[in-house]
Design a protein around this ligand. Sequence first.
Ligand SMILES: Nc1nc2c(ncn2[C@@H]2O[C@H](COP(=O)(O)OP(=O)(O)OP(=O)(O)O)[C@@H](O)[C@H]2O)c(=O)[nH]1
Ligand SMILES: [Mg+2]
Length: 447
Amino acid sequence: MIVSPDEDTISAISTPIGIGAMGIVRVSGPRALAIGARVLGKNLSKLEAKKAFYGFVRNPETGNLIDEVVFLIYHAPNSYTGEDMLEIFTHGGLVAPREVLGVLLRNGARLAERGEFARRGFLNNKMDLVKAQGIIDVVDARSQKALFTSVYRLKGEASETVVSLKKKLEHILISLEATVDFPEEVDEEEKVVTDLYRVAKEMETLLKGMETSRRLRQGLKVVIIGKTNVGKSSLYNALLQEERAIVTPFPGTTRDVLESQLEYEGYPVLIYDTAGIRTSSDEIETISISRTRQAVKGADLVLLVIDGSIPLEEEDEEFFYDLKEKGGLVILNKIDLPEKIDRKIILSYGFPLMETSALKGWGIENILKKVVEMAFLSNIDLMLTDREANYLEEVLKHIRGAVENLNTLDIVGHHLREGVSQLRKILGEEPILNLTEEIFKNFCVGK
Ligand SMILES: Nc1nc2c(ncn2[C@@H]2O[C@H](COP(=O)(O)OP(=O)(O)OP(=O)(O)O)[C@@H](O)[C@H]2O)c(=O)[nH]1
Ligand SMILES: [Mg+2]
């Protein structure tokens, strides 16, 4: 249920519990300043907004000191929620923020629900849904880079892109209506066509960027493949800098797929160790092979490990099919041993080759560097959520539908209107049942 913004005054701790030198307790609603005045023992409505003040939070009944704080006040509508607000910066740790929150709750505030601050902001037109989603991303960000793009999105660039796209479609729609009304205007019709093509192109670039944004949110999936005993698990461990997978001199050690997460220069990477594939009728091995195949299927890219200390075998070469399909690198491992492999054959496949000794830890960082370069190369213009991506795909379908039906202007108009309507949904301008609920429920309390 969405609470009407002026119904009551809410409060919550906005910082992660127990982390950091400082805690922030937020209060928002019509009684925020009155409740604040009670616990701070100061008339807050006389104070200047958005300036930091020093004070003491006390229990108004007993006069007992709870915490020494810094606080800021905001007057509606000039605040995050669009309501009167109070932000109290308490000491960090577990106790101080909780005690301050406690005294606020005992003096008339209600504990905020998840996402209620942002929801109020949305309802008071302080942000569109794209921006609200940005706040969720900041809270959920898997890594530094993802966090960076979320913050970027918070500033509104993402919504701007969507807004500008919407404007362009609306503009085309207007020209289109003009052509219907004045069919003799051939120029106008040509303009509709070229504009449509241009927007379609723009959309496609946008959707490409979507892939990068998915990788940032969920982590890039890198799957290590190769014949048995070439050093896949050793490489996996070296990349993770821990002895995660079992390594033995015997072929067929790894049977299951292992997954771990790491971060390289802020980029989230999910790394998978797999069972080496060799032709066999053993049942366990058959299962292992199907799991390896499954992992390869889900890969964003693969690392094909080849043992440089023995000649290349047919079994090695079969993996080049996967490399072709998924893209990735050839890792020539065991370079600490005398080289027995014919590099020319490997190079003839045309993939980047990197040399490593997983045993000695040589060349490991270069792999991560290269992988990140390959996978995140495209500029991260837009951080999209799955929800927004789905809508944008719909928009693209309609633009394509319009382009394909240029000689039937009615159909073009229909597709354009649908496209605009999808864009409006992304921005939250068009009500979608339960959507705001859905988005705000993912917030943590205090956001
Ligand atoms: N000299 C040398 N030995 C290595 C290197 N990398 C791995 N080895 C050795 O090669 C053997 C196999 O290593 P693993 O990492 O288990 O190989 P794997 O590809 O995971 O093998 P399976 O799980 O059986 O497919 C072990 O004895 C490792 O110590 C390396 O760079 N140099
Ligand atoms: Mg292994």
